[in-house]
Design a protein around this ligand. Structure first.
Ligand code: MN
Length: 232
């Protein structure tokens, strides 16, 4: 029995590989321009301090293993881009976490997509305004199941890739992150208190490109469940 004026939104929860339990999502952080060749394709040098933005929790589209997720083509844009990303799932919170201790705070990893209304993001960049309208819309953060860190293999040297309709679009390696997992956890936890349930989309390599209705994206990272999403 509650006295809410309406039913609260359900908790967004991501399946965990090898478990019946699910990972309840608290916050969704994203790291900007964290692969040098992607920073260059966006017109930057690739060498700058890390920066971050958020997506709302309800941007997360949970895609169970072996299934094809579906996202609606969003409003207002004519240039919806895929960004394939390693997602780091936080299992233990903390402030001012040192890089040397960062992996103690990691629960596991998943394949994610930072879907981006690039035309709107570019307008906001030019105006020096926040990116939310380009980045933080409904269904902009599809994610596959989370693999616990001890079962994810050598994630820091894993291949990361995405194909659209069977054609390679992005293909790189997590080792090319400008700010490594441990480094961005240290940096972020100085700015915000991380907590269990936080997801961190860690940035995308080069090759971002537009998708349209009907396209099927298949993204993978060695050691993790593949993520398959169709644009409706
Ligand atoms: Mn991104």
């Amino acid at each position: 029995m509650s006295n809410f004026v309406f039913t609260p939104s359900p908790t967004v929860a991501v399946p965990i590989v090898g478990s019946d339990k699910r990972f309840p999502v608290r916050r969704v952080y994203c790291v900007g321009r964290n692969y040098e060749e992607h920073a260059k394709e966006m017109g930057f040098t690739g060498r700058e301090p890390p920066f971050f933005f958020f997506k709302p929790t309800d941007a997360v589209v949970v895609v169970p293993a072996g299934q094809t997720g579906q996202i609606a083509y969003p409003t207002l844009t004519k240039n919806l881009h895929h960004e394939i990303e390693l997602v780091v799932a936080i299992g233990k919170g903390g402030k001012n976490i040192k890089a040397a201790d960062a992996f103690d705070h990691v629960f596991g990893y998943a394949v994610g997509l930072d879907m981006t209304r690039r035309d709107l993001q570019n307008e906001q960049k030019k105006l020096g305004r926040p990116w939310e309208i380009g980045k933080s819309f409904e269904q902009s953060a599809p994610i596959g199941p989370i693999t616990p860190k001890d079962h994810a293999g050598d994630i820091e040297n894993a291949a990361i890739w995405i194909q659209v309709n069977g054609t390679d679009k992005q293909r790189s390696n997590v080792s090319k992150l400008i700010w490594s997992i441990a480094e961005f956890i240290e940096y972020m936890s100085a700015a915000w208190e991380l907590a269990p349930g936080d997801l961190i989309y860690s940035g995308t390599p080069e090759g971002v490109a537009a998708v349209v209705g009907g396209d099927t994206m298949v993204g993978g990272i060695d050691g993790l469940e593949t993520l398959k999403v169709q644009v409706m």
